[in-house]
Ligand binder design. Structure first.
Ligand SMILES: *[C@@H]1O[C@H](CO)[C@@H](O)[C@H](O)[C@H]1NC(C)=O
Ligand SMILES: *[C@@H]1O[C@H](CO)[C@@H](O)[C@H](O)[C@H]1NC(C)=O
Ligand SMILES: *[C@@H]1O[C@H](CO)[C@@H](O)[C@H](O)[C@H]1NC(C)=O
Ligand SMILES: *[C@@H]1O[C@H](CO)[C@@H](O)[C@H](O)[C@H]1NC(C)=O
Ligand SMILES: *[C@@H]1O[C@H](CO)[C@@H](O)[C@H](O)[C@H]1NC(C)=O
Ligand SMILES: *[C@@H]1O[C@H](CO)[C@@H](O)[C@H](O)[C@H]1NC(C)=O
Ligand SMILES: *[C@@H]1O[C@H](CO)[C@@H](O)[C@H](O)[C@H]1NC(C)=O
Ligand SMILES: *[C@@H]1O[C@H](CO)[C@@H](O)[C@H](O)[C@H]1NC(C)=O
Ligand SMILES: *[C@@H]1O[C@H](CO)[C@@H](O)[C@H](O)[C@H]1NC(C)=O
Ligand SMILES: *[C@@H]1O[C@H](CO)[C@@H](O)[C@H](O)[C@H]1NC(C)=O
Length: 279
């Protein structure tokens, strides 16, 4: 007889590594589940973003703090240089017709690491002005939720700011060519860490939002996100610890105002329960 925890540990230990965001998005991805810690403030309460979490526009309206976790990932453990932060929306104006891909939501270079905090993460702190200041999600009312991807890249000595991108500033954010920018700036194709979330135009997302059938992400087939029971998104009451293994950090806050898409670690956490039910 196996105990539940032994079986859980066994399954977790053979959990394959994932890219962030998921490879099927087709965008640059941080390998090996190297999560960027992203923390928004919701009326003074910190909300640590879990991968694929769904928000209304309120929670992510103000610039989050971001951090990396060198204590959990060898790939960043010995890096002591600067980071470049890029946040993009690939789904503007509509996921089914992303004619403005990418909208540039945040572009900040010269981020340095603060001393490690108790949970092992180190905050990324800016010492220079952002190239493009943070701008919160604002998908149109008649759009499905958009994806918002945050990347932290190693900003090596060979980093150069490409002249062609001087035009991207506080007001000009559309049609940012991410691939080209990464190439021209020498940041390279592979981010050091990443995270992503969804935001709908609703100011508050009920916990029972579902993805339309056949979608690979909420509303991914262009349908409106609708309320109702469904398998793709777990309720916002999901304990924060359930995603700790995927995010690479252990947020101590309770999630509010958001729902999480089941994927990666959470899906695997669900496996033992399914198996036990069959036993
Ligand atoms: C890959 O992930 C594992 C588990 O999170 C971690 O222990 C390891 O350091 C990571 N590898 C690299 C190269 O970062
Ligand atoms: C990073 O560490 C290396 C080796 O420990 C050292 O030579 C270098 O000066 C450090 N760089 C920074 C920016 O601290
Ligand atoms: C980064 O910092 C360096 C030196 O501190 C400065 O010369 C450079 O302009 C900064 N880059 C950006 C994009 O802010
Ligand atoms: C860091 O970024 C914030 C907002 O993104 C900005 O207000 C501040 O001036 C920046 N710090 C420096 C030293 O430029
Ligand atoms: C929701 O979408 C409408 C229509 O595009 C827009 O006018 C409004 O500003 C959006 N609301 C938020 C909070 O972004
Ligand atoms: C959304 O609404 C705008 C304004 O009414 C309209 O131009 C656009 O075609 C609509 N788009 C979709 C995908 O429904
Ligand atoms: C934004 O800047 C880019 C790069 O300079 C330019 O190609 C593009 O036309 C500008 N877009 C707008 C809307 O001004
Ligand atoms: C931002 O870029 C746009 C388009 O390139 C330009 O028209 C505008 O003057 C720029 N604004 C600032 C503040 O530099
Ligand atoms: C983005 O840049 C790449 C490389 O320069 C180019 O192949 C691609 O066509 C560009 N995409 C768009 C939409 O302009
Ligand atoms: C930039 O520097 C990094 C670190 O030295 C290196 O791995 C990368 O290949 C360089 N990129 C280019 C385009 O030279």
């Amino acid at each position: 007889m196996y105990s539940i925890s032994a079986l859980t540990l066994l399954l977790l230990s053979i959990r394959p590594s994932f890219g962030i965001p998921p490879p099927d998005f087709g965008f640059p991805e941080a390998p090996n589940d190297t999560a960027l810690t992203v923390i928004f403030q919701d009326n003074g309460s910190p909300i640590s973003v879990s991968e694929g979490q769904l928000f209304g526009v309120n929670v992510p309206s103000q610039e989050p703090t971001v951090a990396v976790d060198p204590s959990s990932f060898e790939s960043i453990a010995d890096y002591n240089g600067s980071y470049a932060l890029i946040m993009v929306d690939p789904d503007a104006r509509y996921p089914q017709a992303p004619t403005s891909r990418f909208i540039l939501h945040w572009l900040q270079f010269n981020l340095t690491t603060a001393p490690a905090s108790d949970d092992g993460t180190t905050q990324l702190v800016n010492s220079t002005a952002p190239q493009a200041p943070y701008r919160g999600p604002a998908p149109p009312t008649n759009s499905s939720a958009h994806r918002y991807i945050l990347y932290a890249f190693f900003q090596h000595e060979n980093f150069t700011f490409p002249q062609a991108y001087e035009g991207y500033n506080a007001t000009n954010r559309t049609s940012f060519n991410l691939t080209d920018f990464l190439d021209q700036s020498n940041l390279g194709p592979s981010p050091a860490a990443a995270n992503y979330f969804y935001a709908s135009n609703e100011t508050a997302v009920p916990p029972d939002f579902i993805a339309a059938a056949g979608a690979t992400y909420p509303g991914g087939n262009g349908e409106m996100i609708t309320a109702g029971p469904g398998p793709s998104i777990t309720p916002s009451s999901t304990p924060a610890t359930a995603t700790a293994s995927t995010t690479g950090s252990a947020p101590t806050t309770t999630f509010t105002g958001g729902a999480s898409v089941a994927r990666g670690g959470m899906a695997w956490l669900a496996c033992p329960m399914v198996i036990l039910n069959l036993l």
